[in-house]
Design a protein around this ligand. Structure first.
Ligand SMILES: *[C@@H]1O[C@H](CO)[C@@H](O)[C@H](O)[C@H]1NC(C)=O
Ligand SMILES: *[C@@H]1O[C@H](CO)[C@@H](O)[C@H](O)[C@H]1NC(C)=O
Ligand SMILES: *[C@@H]1O[C@H](CO)[C@@H](O)[C@H](O)[C@H]1NC(C)=O
Ligand SMILES: *[C@@H]1O[C@H](CO)[C@@H](O)[C@H](O)[C@H]1NC(C)=O
Length: 133
């Protein structure tokens, strides 16, 4: 029983190692795929479907907005009718839909410190890896 458990743990460890290494080897592919699907999700954003919720989650958890910039929302048909989604707001109690429909006003209301593209996180990882070697 204990042996089986040890074997299971080794397998999990191996799987994680492989996932980690291939993640690093294919990091550029991962980045490209992320940017492509994420951009597509923004273009077709409707605030309701699964992909839109995924975009909201990215924006909220990274405190970011758009792709590289909140102005990227202008490529979305959602922006024309509703403005930037509320998931971009710095302060949800000071961020109404009128603010979000005007790029000039929105600039003062949405998160802008970070890019939503995973590029920056990967660069930090690469830098750290280089320094640890
Ligand atoms: C997002 O906005 C930035 C800054 O305006 C621009 O450089 C970039 O090309 C835009 N990205 C896309 C995919 O539209
Ligand atoms: C958010 O906005 C409200 C209304 O303007 C304000 O009272 C509150 O202090 C703000 N919160 C933060 C964290 O800035
Ligand atoms: C956006 O808001 C600014 C400042 O309130 C205003 O001057 C400008 O006319 C607005 N733009 C649009 C397109 O409504
Ligand atoms: C990576 O390291 C270089 C210097 O080695 C530095 O100039 C650059 O800002 C770093 N980038 C990030 C994202 O930390």
């Amino acid at each position: 029983m204990l042996k089986l458990y040890a074997m299971f743990l080794s397998l999990v460890f191996l799987a994680e190692l492989v996932a980690g290494i291939s993640g690093f080897v294919f990091r550029h592919e991962i980045k490209d795929t992320f940017l492509r699907t994420y951009t597509d999700a923004i273009v077709h954003y409707d605030g309701m479907d699964e992909k839109s919720h995924a975009v909201d989650d990215v924006q909220q958890s990274l405190s970011c907005c758009g792709i590289q910039s909140y102005t990227n929302w202008s490529i979305s048909t959602y922006f024309t009718n509703h403005g930037i989604p509320p998931s971009c707001c710095m302060n949800s109690s000071d961020c109404n839909s009128q603010d979000l429909q005007n790029m000039t006003v929105a600039a003062t209301k949405v998160n802008q410190k970070k890019t939503c593209s995973i590029e920056s996180e990967l660069l930090v990882l690469e830098n750290t890896t280089r320094r640890l070697r």
